[in-house]
Write a protein that binds this ligand. Sequence first.
Ligand code: DP6
Length: 336
Amino acid sequence: MRIKARSTPNIALIKYWGNRNNELRLPRADSLSITLDAPTIEVEIESAEDFSVQSFDASGIEKPQSEKSIARLRAHYELTKTYLTSLRVADTLPAYLHLVIRSRIPQAIGIASSAAVFSCLAEAYAGFLSLPLTREQISVLARLGSGSAARSVLGGFVALENIAGDDIGSARARQIAPEHHWILHDIILVPSQKEKKVGSTEGHAMAATSPFFEERLRQIPRRMNECIDAITRKDFEKLQRVSEEDTLDMHRCMRTQNPPLDYLSDETHRIIRGIEAFRGKEKLEVLYTMDAGPTVHLFCTDAARKTVEEYAETQKNCMIFKAKGGGGSRLIPACR
Ligand code: DP6
């Protein structure tokens, strides 16, 4: 049997940073994101004699995965089987798989592909089973490969929430509102094409060394409530306030943890200052948010889109990508 699935990245408004269990990627706090409609990742899986991976980049050229990436994919598959055993469905997954990963995420976009890859794999693994899993269970499968991937299993505005207990299933995604509830555009400004030196997995593990981390954890429940309220009421001003507060706070934690992680560049700060100056002059429904890199995501409403795109075009030495809210990971049924 061959199973094919498709998924996309998501961008957090309330950021996930720091774990209570690094191996199981159980976050210390809840987070909330918008699933994007592009760019896509597709995976195809079938049973094999050994665990093997083939991957192709956006231009269809085969790009072998590093040993570290293959080890992560393999560890994810093993954790998947452990979780399915706890649900009593493990016997329906083969011992080994051949994975084909096709990424349409341009190398330079500055969006981590891990959320799209692991949500896509979770979808495909679930597609192999004789009993259907719930979307929440599939989000747990995704989380075991990359914490933020749990959120890409669902469409629109999605929270990754901790629930009672410490077991493998005790953090999972929940949809706050579907993508059509409120159309927001993501105008993505990519100032740098350099590979980041330290990835999120290593960064999460050291988050608690920041003197600001405990305070961050105290603030997250309030920010989650405000963010959910802003989304429910489509209150852009409130969404902007709380999400910018959170992104700046996460980057302060990153910069002050040991070893320090300063993902933002001079260009990032220049773009942010430009947006703030713009908003000082006229009412513009746009907010900025940054993940573990210098890329700036400018989320805006339909009404502000044209002006934000024009602003983006004026930024020198930046690549621009555009996306909007999307529907989350899916099986591609024609291949079943
Ligand atoms: C800064 O999900 O990339 O983008 O679980 O190690 O794969 P791993 O971490 P990852 O962490 C994402 C961190 C972030 C914020 C966010 O997306 O919430």
